[in-house]
Design a protein around this ligand. Structure first.
Ligand code: NI
Length: 146
């Protein structure tokens, strides 16, 4: 491969065996590609430790829509964070549960606060913030905002 530097990595046999099992399950064709992805993830996560960093990502949330007042609370929180949210996708998972994918952009600290605010509400079963990338500093609106 052009433009790459080869490095040697020493691993204990057990660790290598576990690693090979995981990467084969994930469908990696080479150890190098799996290691490159791990390095990228690790670098990205380190970048995301600065709460003032401008980033974009998604909040994935699963909640029980029968919990009294929950849908209204989630809507109120999202309206209050209007500038940070570019779009929300709502999926009815089954009779009781809904999933929401909220695309967010802004300062990391704000994104964490928003995810935490929603994630700690009664009836929210899971709420996870995943950062995708550093962002340019403006939200790309989908559709017209009033
Ligand atoms: Ni629903």
């Amino acid at each position: 491969m052009e433009g790459v530097t080869r490095i040697g990595v020493s691993l204990e046999p057990e660790l290598l065996e576990q690693f090979d099992k995981v990467i084969s399950k994930k469908g990696y064709v080479s150890r190098s590609e799996a290691i490159r992805d791990l390095v990228r993830d690790s670098l990205a996560e380190t970048e995301w430790k600065n709460d003032h960093e401008y980033v974009c990502g998604v909040i994935i949330m699963v909640y029980d829509h029968d919990t009294t007042g929950l849908s209204e609370k989630l809507t109120t929180i999202q309206h209050a964070a209007l500038q940070a949210i570019s779009t929300t996708i709502h999926i009815h998972l089954d009779h009781d549960r809904c999933m929401e994918i909220v695309a967010v952009e802004g300062e990391l600290g704000q994104m964490k606060k928003l995810a935490n605010e929603m994630g700690t509400l009664k009836g929210v079963l899971r709420c996870k913030l995943t950062m995708a990338s550093q962002a340019t500093g403006h939200v790309h609106y989908v559709g017209v905002r009033q």
